[in-house]
Structure formats: structure tokens, C-alpha cells
Design a binder for this molecule. Structure first.
Ligand code: SAH
Ligand code: SF4
Length: 413
């Protein structure tokens, strides 16, 4: 077993809800080359200029490299056939196109796949792919760990946190396309407009993205936005914003910007309808309460009956699952006139969790009450439980080990 050596200081969790620092866009590598993964076209152009190209050349080359990098998934400059052969070694000497390192890839009996990934500075995080009959959803992480401590969530028990960079975020999607063999082959021309998504779900495995892996995406807003821009760009990964959902525990001050600057579908981890219960299980509620949260949802740019906000509701036995809770949920949704659907998530247990999942009969009844009020409230089938890939179970293998185990490993070198 390889020992994990970290070169950057991690940030101890600063308190209930403080955001963590944003790292630089270009992280120096040992070999002096610059990793272009995660950088926008303009930034690539300035790097080319700094390396000695004139402005016109830099612009042209950055356009070509950008297309190969994000649209075609190429990782070698040598494969960029419209770039002069003499130019390619110049690029290779100065730049690389990286991917997050894969430490382990696991397959569930139900087809779900989970990857344990490692940043260049030695921090582990996870991504999950969930195939269904009509879609394939990639569950992407935004942070290593999470600064929030929702009491039912395993990620929330991780002790250390670092924001993932745009490259580490978009790198997850690109790695999934590598693994699924889903980079386009033919077309060479370059699209002009952003969000000119040219792909449909036809025949594709990876059709949807949810920012529901490790971390609170709205506490890493800039990096998540920059990464998703690359994903949505017609000349980038070209996935429509309608197929992307960002889930937040309720970082109210960032919600409007999320709608305006990213424009993806919104999911909100509501989980409780009264202040005492939500304060306990989703502690950010002490800072931004239910009323504030639902008002921000009502004002979310782009929400409509055609693009509903999803309210996630984890079913915890005797905590938030009564008929009264269901009725209060309906009242709130109607009061704020929210175009909403509810996703009921059976609680996924993890070692040491203090909650139990509600009985199936209770979940069914809760769902029925909400349905009868005209609000869609399906129960989410847990996926990948056998490999700890289900909602809220993400906590990296390294962190799961006991102190004693890690000490033993360290002693063994
Ligand atoms: N931090 C963001 C996104 C990641 S969590 C958020 O909280 O929304 C993705 C979803 O899984 C959230 O709705 C979260 O509340 C839910 N979840 C966390 N732990 C869970 C568990 N043990 N069982 C079921 N769902 C859980
Ligand atoms: Fe963080 Fe979301 Fe888990 Fe809460 S549920 S601790 S916000 S990852």
C-alpha cells in the first residue's frame, strides 16, 4: 500500500459554514511544464504568448488546442493533426494535458461504477457513474471533503477540506468519457457559440451530470462555474445545461449567481421542514433558514414548470418522516409557489451513523401524500451500495481507515 504524501497544507475545517480558499489556476509541476486541463481558451492563449508566440499565433494555436483538449479528449499534442508537426514538440516541452490520477476503480453489481481519484498533491476524492435504461449520470465532486457537517452524511465527517480546481472538476467528466470511450471522432470544425451542445443522449452512456459528489459546490463557486462552462461549451464537452444539476445544502447568497452565471438545474437539500429539525440535520440552516432558502428558490433564475427545482429529502426514521412533515412540505412548496419536484432519498447508512432509514411503508405513505397534492415525489432507488457509492456514502478509503491502521502502514513504510 502506497503511503500518501501530501505537499500542500490542508485546511482544517474552520467552523460550521466558512468557505475554503481557492487555489491558483496554474499549479507548478515538478518538471516545469504547465497543465492546461481546466484552463479556458483565453488563458491558454496568454500562456502561449508568455511562452513566446506572437498574439496572432497564440490565438490560433489556443483555439486548436482547446478544441482537441475538451472536444476530442486528446491528451498528446502529437495527436493534434491540424497543428504543424514542427510546432508539436514546442508544445510538448512546455505543456501537458493531465487527468486526475485513478487510484482505484470499482464496479457494483448493479452497474454503478466508482472511482477513487487523487490530486497531483496527494488528496483523494471520488466520482460515481450511475447507468440507467435511458440515461447515464455522472456524480461529480466539488471538494475534497466538505466544510459542512450534515449529521446524516458521511462526507461531512471528513476532517480536512480542499477545494477542487476547475481542472480537477472537469477532469472527472473527461476521465469518465475516457473510461466509457465516448469522445467524438469525426467533426473538425469549431463551433462559435457557447452552449451549442451538439450531442444528444442518443447512444451515449454519459448523458447527465449531477454536482452531488463530495463537497458543497456553492462554497467553491468560481471553480465549479469555470469547470461547468467548459462542460457546456459547444466546442468544449458540449453537454447541455439542461442535463446538468447542481445540488446545494442551501448556500443562499450564492444561489442567484448560480442561476445567472452557470444556469444549470438546481437541486436543494431540504431534508426537513421545521427549524429545530433542519438546524440539527443540515446545520447551515442556522445561518440561512428555511424561509430565506425557499425565497431564494422562488427567485432562482431559469426555474419554471418546465425546469423544476428538485427538493431532496432524505428519509430518516422518526426524525423527518411523519404525515405532518409531508403536509408541511406541501404547504411550503405551495406558499412559495415553487415549481418543484421532491426526490425522496432512503437514508444510506454508514458505520457510526446515528440515524436509521424510514420503513418502506412510511416512505411510500409520505410519497403518496405529496403526490396527492399534485407534486411529483418519487423515491430514489439507492445505487451502488455494495461499493459505498450511494448518496452520502462518499468518504475516501484513506479517510475511512482507523488511526491505528494508518500508523501501522506508516511504520511499515
Ligand atoms: N453538498 C451538496 C451536494 C452533495 S450531497 C448537498 O448537500 O446538496 C448529495 C445529496 O446526498 C444531498 O441531498 C445530501 O443531503 C444527500 N445525502 C447525504 N448523505 C446521505 C445519506 N447518508 N443517505 C442519503 N442521502 C444522503
Ligand atoms: Fe456537505 Fe452535502 Fe454532505 Fe451536507 S450533505 S455534509 S453539504 S456533502
Amino acid at each position: 500500500m502506497r503511503r500518501i504524501v501530501t505537499h500542500t497544507p490542508l485546511i482544517p475545517i474552520p467552523g460550521q459554514f466558512d468557505p475554503v480558499a481557492v487555489p491558483r489556476d496554474v499549479t507548478p509541476r515538478g518538471d516545469g511544464r504547465v497543465d492546461l486541463l481546466g484552463l479556458p481558451r483565453q488563458r491558454i492563449a496568454t500562456l502561449f504568448e508568455e511562452a513566446g508566440l506572437d498574439a496572432k499565433q497564440a490565438k490560433l494555436r489556443s483555439r486548436q488546442v482547446y478544441h482537441w483538449l475538451y472536444h476530442r479528449g486528446v491528451t498528446e499534442f502529437d495527436a493534434m493533426t491540424d497543428i504543424a508537426k514542427t510546432m508539436r514538440p514546442w508544445l510538448t516541452e512546455r505543456f501537458v494535458i493531465g487527468r486526475p490520477e485513478v487510484v482505484e476503480a470499482q464496479h457494483s453489481t448493479d452497474g454503478t461504477r466508482k472511482w477513487l481519484l487523487r490530486t497531483a498533491d496527494g488528496h483523494d476524492f471520488e466520482m460515481v457513474f450511475i447507468p440507467d435504461a435511458d440515461r447515464g449520470t455522472l456524480c461529480v465532486s466539488s471538494q475534497v471533503g466538505c466544510t459542512l457537517n450534515c449529521t446524516f452524511c458521511h462526507t461531512g465527517t471528513m476532517k480536512l477540506v480542499r477545494n477542487l480546481t476547475p481542472g480537477e472538476i472537469v477532469g472527472q467528466v473527461m476521465l469518465a468519457r475516457d473510461a466509457l470511450g465516448e469522445w467524438p471522432k469525426g467533426r473538425m470544425d469549431v463551433a462559435e457559440e457557447e452552449d451549442e451542445a451538439e450531442y444528444t443522449s442518443d447512444g451515449r452512456l454519459l448523458t447527465n451530470i449531477v454536482m452531488m459528489g463530495m463537497g458543497e459546490p456553492l462554497y467553491n463557486f468560481d471553480n465549479v462555474r469555470d469547470a461547468l462552462k467548459l462542460v457546456m461549451d459547444g466546442d468544449g464537452l458540449a453537454l447541455s445545461k439542461r442535463r446538468i444539476t447542481l445540488s446545494t445544502s442551501g448556500v443562499v447568497p450564492m444561489m442567484e449567481r448560480c442561476g445567472e452565471e452557470i444556469g444549470v438545474n438546481l437541486a436543494v437539500s431540504l431534508h426537513a421542514v421545521t427549524k429545530p429539525v433542519r438546524d440539527e440535520i443540515v446545520p447551515i440552516n442556522r445561518k440561512y433558514g428555511i424561509e430565506e432558502l425557499l425565497s431564494a428558490c422562488a427567485a432562482y433564475p431559469g426555474a419554471s414548470n418546465a425546469r423544476r427545482i428538485t427538493f431532496e429529502y432524505v428519509m430518516l426514521k422518526d426524525k423527518n418522516d411523519s404525515d405532518d412533515d409531508a403536509r408541511e412540505l406541501i404547504r411550503l412548496i405551495k406558499h412559495y409557489k415553487l415549481p418543484a419536484k421532491v426526490n425522496l432519498i432512503p437514508f444510506n447508512p454508514w458505520p457510526g451513523a446515528v440515524y436509521e432509514c424510514s420503513d418502506p411503508e412510511r416512505i411510500r405513505r409520505f410519497s403518496e401524500i405529496v403526490f396527492e397534492a399534485g407534486i411529483s415525489a418519487p423515491v430514489r432507488t439507492p445505487r451502488g451500495r455494495d461499493i459505498d457509492a450511494a448518496c452520502g456514502q462518499l468518504k475516501t478509503a484513506a479517510e475511512k481507515k482507523s488511526r491505528a491502521e494508518r500508523d501501522r502502514e506508516a511504520a511499515a513504510g
